[in-house]
Design a protein around this ligand. Sequence first.
Ligand code: ZN
Length: 242
Amino acid sequence: MQERLHLQNHPGINPQPFSSKVLSIIEDSIILEQSYCYPKGGGQPGDTGTLSGQGISERFTEVHARELIHHPVNDVSTFKIGQVLDCTIDVPRRNSLAITHTAQHIVSAMADELWDATTVGNQLGTEESRIDLLFDDKTKFSQQVIQDKVNEIIGSNRSVTVANWTADEILTDDRVRNRSFVSRILERLPSHVEHMRVVNIEGIDICPCAGSHVDNVSQLTQIEITRIKQKGAGKIRLYYTM
Ligand SMILES: [Zn+2]
């Protein structure tokens, strides 16, 4: 699998342009020898941006990955294998997603803290994001209570740091919430993955995550929970903007 170089950069805001050789062209996508783009996954949309140089200036749409990181473009015919290009990631979009993503950790942590609710899904967006929460008793849920609690934390000064932990370290640390749920996710990882990146919001939450985050919660703006949807037995879908 191609190395996910975006993981090396924390905070995940203000990604720098980088150069790379075109390794191959697969269907509508350019594969670079190395890429710092975030590929869609874990509820966070992939980066978009521009590939330029050698007479080329082409936008790429949402980056995605399996083994290789794909940068989809409108017209692959102008690209050649071996050429070196500059890749510029759309900074405002990435920054907005890193902010929204960091807030998601806090909302999920507070839902656990207040009501033992587990986050079972999320989809981040630059306009609106959503989180699916699973409750034993969802009548306890209060939109105002969680919004106030999250905004109080956003108004504080807490660092957001990353570290690499083994699965064992993750599953035996009491500060990691919903460890039975996390354990099911870790089981699906390929066996060669020995360490996972763990994101630590000082005093609030520790969880394994490969997404983009800020490095201090004071960089976040206040959240507004705009609406909720009942999603069947025990589940609430919560929408928020920032
Ligand atoms: Zn995250």
